[in-house]
Design a protein around this ligand. Structure first.
Ligand code: PBG
Length: 329
């Protein structure tokens, strides 16, 4: 295209009406997934200091929270558990009466149509805080696969609609798919944390979910933040193993990765996780008056969608849904 006249693009930015008419990316409440931390350690909600406005919730607080989410138009929650007991193999994650199994049943009795996603990982349940079964100081990949598969089946049995394996164990999607199918849970979908970076932006989450590793770090299983080509291999592998949806995590620092994955695999639904550190940065900056909380929330979520995410997991789920609702009233 060549222009002979001076084209002035500002003409199409002149009024809020024309800007709204031509806006390319839109946010909808049903595309946000709200993470919930469910605790067995307390019987009242516990404020998470590193995540202003966010709480660990006991089972007794679930009803009110779920009703609020539904009234705001949120359709889905992602569950993390804080069990009372931990051990080397994370066996509490397999207990029929474990915190997540109880939470799933409770949520389904309150709101049968709310889509419940259970995070499948071991770090919240192991006393060493790593995402798998250890052999010395290394993760035993294949021993971990067995436990992850059992965990996924146990969550499906309790009523989870989707399971979301987040441990970056090689072969986890296939192992979980086979186990679910064998247990007749062929309709439970897998949202794979296919592209999960070894990120320092998970800092606040580790306080929230009490899942910090007791030694070392997660660099031997989570991805190097410097790599992009490897993300495409991870995504392709998980698609071939049967992942129904893919995830990129974190989100704001990895918009290029979201874009590459969506461009390469446009047919696969893509979810992005705006993680605890991304939330905390904006919240704390807003608290001291440096950033406008609402506007930076909208801008960050819009950027994640513009990059190519279909769904966004975010601690702002309630806030953005409330904003969208007010705007439409
Ligand atoms: C557990 C898990 C983590 C997050 C989600 N699932 C922590 C980690 O890998 O260390 C981080 C989420 C966040 O920071 O909001 N495997």
């Amino acid at each position: 295209m060549s222009y002979t006249l001076p084209l002035r693009l500002k003409r199409l930015r002149k009024t809020s009406a024309v800007r709204a008419m031509l806006q390319e990316t839109h946010l909808h409440a049903e595309q946000f997934i709200a993470p919930l931390f469910i605790t067995e350690l307390h019987d009242t909600p516990q404020a998470i200091n590193s995540m202003p406005g966010y709480y660990q919730l006991p089972l007794s607080a679930l009803e009110q929270e779920i009703k609020t989410l539904i009234s705001l138009g949120i359709q889905s929650v992602l569950l993390f558990g804080l069990p009372a007991e931990k051990n080397a193999c994370g066996t509490q994650s397999l207990n029929k009466h474990g915190i997540i199994q109880q939470a799933i049943r409770r949520i389904k009795s309150i709101a049968p149509t709310l889509l419940v996603i259970a995070d499948v990982c071991l770090c919240e349940y192991t006393d060493h805080g790593h995402c798998g079964i250890l052999d010395g100081e290394q993760i035993d990949n294949d021993a971990t696969l067995k436990v992850l598969a059992q965990q996924a089946v146990s969550f499906a049995e309790a009523g989870a609609d989707w399971v979301a394996p987040s441990s970056m164990t090689d072969g986890m999607v296939l192992a979980i798919r086979e186990a679910l199918d064998k247990a007749n849970h062929t309709d439970v979908a897998i949202l794979s944390y296919a592209v999960k970076y070894s990120s320092h932006f998970y800092g606040p989450f580790r306080e929230a979910a009490l899942g910090a590793p007791k030694f070392g770090d997660r660099k031997t299983y989570q991805m190097n933040p410097a790599n992009a080509a490897e993300a495409l291999r991870e995504a392709e592998l998980d698609i071939n193993e049967g992942a129904d949806l893919l995830m990129v995590k974190p989100a704001m620092q990895y918009l290029d990765i979201i874009h590459r994955i969506k461009t390469r695999f446009p047919e696969v639904p893509l979810c992005a996780y705006q993680v605890s550190g991304e939330y905390a940065m904006l919240k704390f900056a807003a608290t001291v008056g440096i950033l406008d909380e609402t506007q930076t929330m909208i801008e960050s979520l819009t950027a994640i969608k513009r990059a190519g995410a279909d769904l966004i997991i975010t601690y702002f789920a309630k806030d953005i849904a409330a904003y969208l609702q007010d705007r439409h009233e």
